[in-house]
Design a protein around this ligand. Structure first.
Ligand SMILES: [Fe+2]
Ligand SMILES: [Fe+2]
Length: 275
């Protein structure tokens, strides 16, 4: 079982590269299930129902989010009727939407996805360590394959979550910083881990925002209205291979593909039929 997880899709450049990359990766990398973080899909700020539907149409099976989930107000109506779009599970009770998905891959195998948000340099929420452990406990009665998107700023908090869930989750992937880390590994009890998957968006930017505007804010300290950068997108993602019976990860591969890399992949002839 192979799962593709795509880092924060940012604006049109991110959506465009995701649209071209996903079908090619599903085909050439034998992917059974696709998860993407979509919190910045709508011009960098939040996501709408229309944009979510479009991204699901590219072949994404479940979308996670984070602190930007509420940026577009129309998502409040969409979230409760779309179980494939998650918001962090550790928001207070009664908040629209849900933070856990339980479903099946295209080959019919059960899979669970949990989305949580960290608390260091982030708005205060319920304890993600306790909430995620509880969610995983409930999921494990139904599936051994469980992927966690831990949307957090601090590398220490993300590593702590990785070790906390080692042997209980198939994979713990960090999102939110938009900068991919190179520390992918499989922890001793079989959980695949990467501190931050990175951003799928305009990489000639400062975490997605035009460099002029974001840089000016650092130079003069004055507030400025952020503009999403344009230009070619880059795909940041990770692929985990897992053992269906145990739920343990057996391989982890980090992807950092330029727009040209994606075009080359998409133009490759289809391989022989999958086993
Ligand atoms: Fe983000
Ligand atoms: Fe975020």
């Amino acid at each position: 079982m192979r799962i593709l997880f795509i880092g924060d899709i940012f604006g049109r450049p991110g959506r465009d590269v995701a649209r071209r990359a996903i079908p090619a990766l599903v085909e050439h990398a034998s992917i059974d299930f696709v998860i993407a973080n979509g919190e910045n899909a709508a011009a960098g700020f939040g996501i709408t129902g229309d944009i979510a539907d479009t991204i699901f149409g590219y072949g994404v099976d479940v979308m996670t989010t984070g602190n930007h989930v509420w940026d577009k107000k129309e998502v409040l109506e969409y979230l409760p009727r779309q179980p494939k779009l998650l918001r962090p599970v550790n928001f207070p009770a009664g908040v629209p939407g849900r933070g856990t998905f339980l479903g099946r891959t295209r080959s019919g195998e059960p899979i669970g996805v949990v989305n949580a948000m960290g608390r260091i340099f982030m708005p205060p929420l319920d304890d993600p360590f306790a909430v995620v452990a509880r969610e995983i406990e409930a999921l494990r009665a139904k599936t051994r394959i469980i992927v966690v998107d831990f949307h957090a700023e601090a590398t220490s908090e993300k590593l702590a979550m990785g070790w906390h869930l080692d042997g209980r989750a198939t994979a713990v992937f960090g999102t939110h910083t938009h900068v991919q880390t190179a520390d992918e590994r499989i922890l001793p009890k079989g959980t695949a881990y990467l501190t931050d998957v990175g951003m799928t968006g305009p990489h000639d930017s400062i975490i997605g925002v035009t460099t002029e505007v974001a840089l000016a804010r650092f130079l003069n300290g004055m507030p400025a209205r952020f503009e999403p950068a344009t230009g070619p997108g880059r795909l940041n993602a990770v692929i985990v291979t897992a053992d269906l019976k145990t739920g343990r990860a057996t391989a982890i591969e980090r992807l950092n593909l330029s727009s040209e890399d994606v075009d080359a992949l998409a133009s490759r002839p289809l391989a022989s039929p999958r086993a």
